[in-house]
Ligand binder design. Structure first.
Ligand SMILES: NC(=O)c1ccc[n+]([C@@H]2O[C@H](COP(=O)([O-])OP(=O)(O)OC[C@H]3O[C@@H](n4cnc5c(N)ncnc54)[C@H](OP(=O)(O)O)[C@@H]3O)[C@@H](O)[C@H]2O)c1
Length: 218
């Protein structure tokens, strides 16, 4: 990879809370410049209040076709919607979440990756999930979207080999965030900051490929 400018220009989707917010904070606290995307303006404002000039907020709904104008060295595709649900349940969780969990990432990658490839520099990080490995019935709809995202990631990874652009798929296990509101919590969970620390380390140490992180990992 060619030299990446410092401070890094970092885009984080779904940065108002949870893992995305922790990623935004990790990069901002290290002095990088973060563009934080989400729909909820007041949560983004509190991130900005905590991180100051290192964060710029972009209030946007990623299920709409967002046209980005900035140049980014690091892109963290994190935003996703989780709800328990099977494919044949009354509530169509797969249909509800597909646009955000899959299509929005496809659109952003098509916008952002060609410029990185032309610059022969940059790092794309995708937040996947261990749900693509561990099938459980109440996770079917969500896991189907994450499997589609994993397939897209594997395609981007292949297409960017030798381009100078790094690609990493971070696959966390259960992580304590608002995704779990109203649900029974598993006995062991990751903290959002642990996932963010891995994302940050992947960028600073150039870790690529699929990396699984579980709470019970030694
Ligand atoms: N938590 C877990 O156990 C776990 C485990 C494995 C993988 N993951 C993955 O980790 C990532 C983050 O999960 P999380 O648990 O941190 O989620 P979360 O706490 O529910 O946060 C989701 C983020 O996405 C944003 N978002 C939701 N809909 C959006 C939309 N239409 N447009 C723009 N932004 C939107 C939310 O902000 P607004 O509502 O303000 O828009 C929020 O910032 C996801 O990819 C998830 O699949 C989570």
């Amino acid at each position: 990879m060619e030299y990446m400018p410092q401070p890094l220009r970092v885009l984080v989707t779904g940065a108002s809370r949870g893992i995305g917010r922790a990623c935004a904070e990790a990069f901002a606290q290290a002095g990088h410049t973060v563009t934080a995307v989400a729909r909820t303006g007041d949560q983004l404002a509190s991130l900005k209040a905590a991180c100051g000039e290192h964060v710029e907020v972009l209030v946007a709904d990623l299920t709409e076709d967002l046209q980005l104008t900035g140049t980014y060295d690091v892109v963290v595709l994190n935003a996703a919607y989780f709800a328990p649900g099977g494919l044949l349940d009354t509530r169509d969780v797969f249909g509800e979440s597909f646009t955000l969990n899959v299509l929005a990432n496809h659109r952003l990658a098509r916008q952002l990756l060609p410029a990185m490839r032309d610059r022969k520099s940059g790092h794309l990080l995708v937040i996947g999930s261990t749900s693509t490995d561990d099938t459980s019935p109440h996770m079917t709809a969500y896991a189907a979207t994450k499997k589609a995202l994993r397939a897209l990631y594997e395609g981007w990874e292949q297409e960017l080999i030798g381009s100078g652009v790094r690609t990493t798929l971070i696959a966390p296990g259960a992580t304590l965030t608002s995704s779990w509101d109203g649900q029974e919590l598993p006995p062991r969970m990751l903290a959002a900051a642990e996932v963010a620390a891995l994302v940050y380390r992947a960028v600073t140490q150039g870790l690529t490929g699929r990396i699984v992180l579980r709470a019970d990992q030694p």
